[in-house]
Design a protein around this ligand. Structure first.
Ligand SMILES: C[S@@+](CC[C@H](N)C(=O)[O-])C[C@H]1O[C@@H](n2cnc3c(N)ncnc32)[C@H](O)[C@@H]1O
Length: 220
């Protein structure tokens, strides 16, 4: 039997069911103060959907004037800025795995896999009409707190590997506002066991409720 058509553009990393959950969670954060972040954007398919949702509710936003970021934004305004979606990726694909990532499955997730150019992603965001995104090319381990928004209302961590998720959690957690949704992909993915290991370790030192839907670990 043919599966029902997905309402979302094709995405080879996140399933339509996961996308629906992600967008619901993000929508629940629209009233919160703070920006949204996605660590690990790959081709920017989920970024477009998140950016659209945010822009529909918070149209025309000024860009933080930090020259190290490339922003698809309009000019600064005098009033408080509307929230932005901050997107991070190496744009050089995955880094090396660590021992926590090793499993019988997932051999194709090798260093350098999932490489796209930053230009490819910024072009996609621009064509989608987004003026509220900030794209940062960096290894997560090279990011400092200054590279992240001061307040985060919604975070999607999709770096696949143990170190990538662990580093993302370390960067993002201190900036989450009360009620923020923190979502980590691949929690239930036997090909990428490091993601769940990083989440479980994080929860030992940062106790909070964990809900798992599909392969999404959701923490509020
Ligand atoms: C599964 S893809 C992201 C998919 C995307 N979130 C989506 O919904 O379509 C993982 C991305 O994380 C990036 N990545 C993984 N570990 C990273 C790290 N340590 N630093 C920077 N980028 C990393 C990879 O380059 C890759 O583009």
């Amino acid at each position: 039997m043919k599966s029902p058509k997905s309402p979302y553009p094709p995405n080879d990393q996140v399933t339509p069911a996961e996308t629906a959950v992600l967008l619901d969670l993000a929508a629940a954060c629209l009233h919160l103060p703070g920006d949204w972040v996605e660590l690990g954007c790959y081709k920017g398919d989920t970024s477009v959907l998140l950016g659209r949702l945010l822009q529909q509710h918070h149209p025309i936003s000024p860009a933080p004037t930090n020259s190290t970021h490339s922003a698809t934004t309009s000019t600064p305004a005098a009033s408080a800025p509307a929230p932005h979606l901050w997107i991070y990726d190496s744009f050089a694909g995955l880094p090396e795995k660590s021992p926590q990532d090793l499993s019988g499955a997932g051999q194709h997730f090798q260093a350098g896999a999932l490489t796209v150019t930053k230009h490819e992603v910024t072009t996609k965001l621009r064509r989608a009409g987004l003026k509220n995104t900030i794209v940062k090319k960096a290894w997560f381990s090279d990011l400092t707190p200054a590279d992240l928004p001061d307040q985060i209302a919604f975070a999607f961590l999709d770096g696949d590997l143990y170190d990538s998720i662990k580093t993302s959690l370390r960067l993002v957690a201190p900036r989450l506002v009360p009620g923020a949704r923190l979502v980590v992909h691949d929690y239930n993915n036997p090909e990428l066991p490091g993601a769940a290991r990083a989440v479980d370790e994080f929860l030992r030192t940062h106790p909070r409720t964990l809900t798992v839907r599909h392969s999404l670990a959701i923490m509020v």
